[in-house]
Write a protein that binds this ligand. Structure first.
Ligand code: NOJ
Length: 728
């Protein structure tokens, strides 16, 4: 008999339900540091009423609680410890949206690996990451947590992160089980308002929001977290069609569903369950395995069984899945295996610091560089470094930063001092990052702005460190007007009025809609929340030690009224024609974003030749290779990302104007030329037919290459997908 069958045969109902319960030891453990395990939880663990824990940190505390489970509980089943290890545990890489801008799956994987090693060392088994929500609405604060607007990027990100967190073998002491979240379409919540209902077409769901999750399943992710939201009245936490029929049935998912915080209980608030008992029954029947922190499973499953709403077989099946994941993680053999000092992690601290520094540099996006004001010369007059983001450690690492060791964070002030040994760097706060509530605060800002102005007049160039405070980015951080906060806009206007060369370094977790400023500043470098080594990485870019190479993973709107604005729109029957009234357009702002998806400048100067197909016509089985020649015409080395888009010109349902098929980031020395070849196979031409089933439709495809999704600058070639010869 297998261990799981044997266990199930001896477990009481309470012990079975206990394996489906995950409790939090309080988010404050993360903020204020480790604290002792709380007594009630210890008792719950001892009696088998709790099988998983989140938010407990610190190896000693985790091991102490694990010891209660494996030594003092009747069945000695190990606990599963989970935490949001999103972009680092101690050492932080840039936030995920920022990291996506690097367009480097190798880096995405590496930063997940180093986070896994640090978290495992502390005894964590499961991370609630990667977040794979496609997001096309920067009003939604959680756009910061995911890979941006495009499903192809989402797929690549999913696979890289699952590989990075889980490693080759989930039972290794350095593997962290990954949770693909939030399944699905959370990013499409109404008007960007967090937790609000989702209303999208089934086609968009399948074509845009689901692919990243399917990729995570294919990569072997051990867990999935259903989203808080409902899609057209179907709350994800209780939907059998999505969780079981689609993901387990069609995709072959073999891991566990971990609910989002309180989400099972919230089925009552959604209005699909009358009480916690019904909520528990609905979720269990849908396929939800772990109830995170709602009282629905612990309080509701037993009465649900008594009421005949669920069967004991269903409970057993669910418990078996949870135990199987514990088994796959090697917890029965080595409950304390993680954080074993006798088995050191593969990387050293210095290596981890080097990786996050590289990631921060590769993530920054140079939006503008008028008159090539950047990079700043190594020698010269003083540099004014001004703004509320110059020296605030928390603002460097942003939301969901794990334990993000504050003492180890390099701020801009420190980074600039190191990067410019030949120039004086004069620093001023400029104003507070948030809005002053009272007169004293306003007076303080006025004084800080005046001081900054005076300081700027003594310098040759100003670097303005502006942005969005990290408290306004992430969960429950929707903003109707995502832009600079407090009096930063006024500070910027006053500094710009001095007429000095002015570079904006923007710290943010989403596109900030500050069109005026972005048009006026001489250069703008978006650095997101760049992580533990952010100050050094950003200073390297400003000083030119490294050339910027990041590309926007999301279109940057010119005006809030354009939202959602994204490149994968379907064509209109009345495409926009300048000066023609009855074509698709706004009367007050352009249709196009301020910066398109993929935009990002460099100190190098890249050119791209028209793509050449291996054959102008091909059959699906043969595929087609598209080659383009990239040249660095500049005097400096640099890296850039080349995108390959396709457009299915005539199909049974209208296809998007552009569909991203491939991207590749390459580094070229000054003057270097290289051919990039993209191989497209039948799968790249598959579309979902009117019945949403995959199919191939022969005909013309326009294949375009470019450095962004700006249609005017793409280079295009048409190819023909031939019909298969009829079988005789
Ligand atoms: C709520 C968030 O939606 C989710 O992303 C996170 O993993 C859980 N809380 C646990 O912290």
């Amino acid at each position: 008999m297998s261990r799981i069958t044997e266990l199930l045969a001896t477990m009481t109902l309470e012990e079975k339900i206990g394996q489906l319960v995950m409790v939090s030891l309080g988010a404050e453990t993360i903020v204020t540091g480790p604290r002792a395990a709380e007594e009630p939880t210890v008792e719950d663990v001892r009696s088998g009423r709790v099988g998983s824990v989140l938010n407990l940190v610190g190896r000693d505390r985790i091991h102490a609680l694990q010891r209660v489970a494996v030594e003092e509980s009747r069945l000695k089943i190990p606990l599963l410890f989970g935490l949001d290890v999103v972009h680092g545990y101690f050492t932080n890489a840039p936030v995920p949206l920022g990291e996506t801008a690097a367009f480097r799956p190798d880096l995405w994987e590496k930063t997940a690996r180093l986070a896994a090693e640090e978290a495992c060392d502390d005894g964590i088994h499961l991370t609630f990451a990667p977040m794979l929500d496609c997001a096309r609405d920067p009003r939604w604060g959680r756009i910061v947590e995911g890979p941006g607007e495009d499903p192809t990027v989402g797929r690549a990100f999913a696979a890289a992160k699952v590989r990075g967190f889980q490693g080759a073998d989930p039972a290794s002491p350095w593997s962290l089980a990954a949770t693909a979240k939030h399944f699905a379409a959370y990013g499409a919540c109404t008007a960007g308002r967090d937790y609000a209902s989702v209303e999208i077409s089934e086609r968009t769901l399948h074509e845009v929001y689901l692919p990243a999750f399917e990729a995570a399943v294919k990569a072997g992710c051990l867990a999935i977290m259903p989203a808080f939201v409902d899609i057209a009245g179907r709350p994800m936490s209780g939907d059998h069609g999505f969780l079981t029929d689609l993901v387990r049935g069609r995709w072959g998912f073999e891991g566990i569903y971990v609910s989002d915080y309180d989400a099972v209980g919230e089925l009552v608030a959604h209005g699909v369950a009358a009480d916690m008992v019904e909520a528990a029954a609905i979720a269990l029947k849908a396929g939800m395995d772990l109830d995170m922190e709602s009282r629905a499973y612990p309080d509701g499953l037993k009465p649900a069984l008594e009421r005949g709403l669920i069967s004991i077989d269903l409970i057993d099946e669910t418990v078996a899945r949870v135990l199987r994941v514990k088994e796959r993680l090697g917890l029965f053999e080595a409950p304390f295996g993680r954080g074993d000092p006798a088995r050191p992690a593969a990387s050293t601290r210095a290596e981890r610091r080097a990786v996050v520094r590289e990631a921060a540099a590769a993530s920054a996006v140079l939006l503008t560089n008028r008159g090539r004001v950047l990079p700043l010369a190594p020698e010269g007059g003083p540099i004014a470094l001004i703004g509320p983001f110059v020296d605030d450690t928390a603002q460097m690492i942003g939301p969901w930063s794990g334990l993000g060791d504050q003492d180890e964070i390099v701020t801009l002030t420190a980074g600039f001092a190191a990067a410019f040994p030949g120039r004086e760097v004069r620093v001023a706060e400029g104003c507070a990052a948030d809005h002053a509530e009272d007169d004293a605060g306003a007076a303080c800002d006025a004084m800080l702005i005046a001081e900054a102005e005076a300081l700027a007049t003594t310098c040759d160039v100003v670097v303005l460190a502006l942005g969005e405070p990290s408290e306004l980015s992430g969960e429950a951080a929707s903003r109707a007007r995502p832009g600079l906060t407090g009096r930063q806009a006024e500070l910027a206007a006053r500094i710009l009025a001095l007429g000095k060369p002015c570079v904006v370094v923007m710290t943010c977790g989403r596109p900030l809609i500050e069109t005026e400023l972005l048009k006026k500043a001489d250069a703008t470098l978006v650095v997101w929340y760049p992580g533990s080594e952010g100050g050094r990485a950003v200073a390297d870019l400003v000083a030119g030690a490294v050339s910027p190479s990041g590309s926007l993973p999301v279109s940057w709107p010119l005006d809030v009224g354009q939202i959602p604005v994204f490149f994968g729109e379907r064509p209109s029957g009345r495409p926009f024609v300048l000066g023609e009234h009855f074509t698709t357009q706004y009367l007050d702002v352009p249709n196009t974003p301020l910066f398109p998806f993929g935009h990002g400048l460099s100190y190098a100067d890249f050119g791209l030749e028209a793509p050449r197909p291996s054959s102008p016509a091909f059959r699906a089985g043969e595929g087609v290779v598209v080659t383009t020649r990239v040249t660095n015409r500049g005097a400096r080395a640099g890296a850039t990302t080349v995108f390959l888009f396709s457009r299915d010109v005539v199909a049974s349902t209208a296809r998007p104007l552009l569909e991203l098929k491939r991207f590749e980031t390459i580094e070229l020395a000054a003057g270097e030329t290289r051919d990039l070849a993209f191989t497209l196979t039948a799968a790249d031409f598959v579309l979902l037919g009117p019945d949403l089933e995959p199919r191939l439709e022969p005909g013309r495809f326009d294949l375009s290459v470019g450095f962004s999704a700006d249609r005017a600058s793409l280079k295009t070639v048409s190819v023909e997908l031939l019909a298969e010869p009829a079988v005789a």
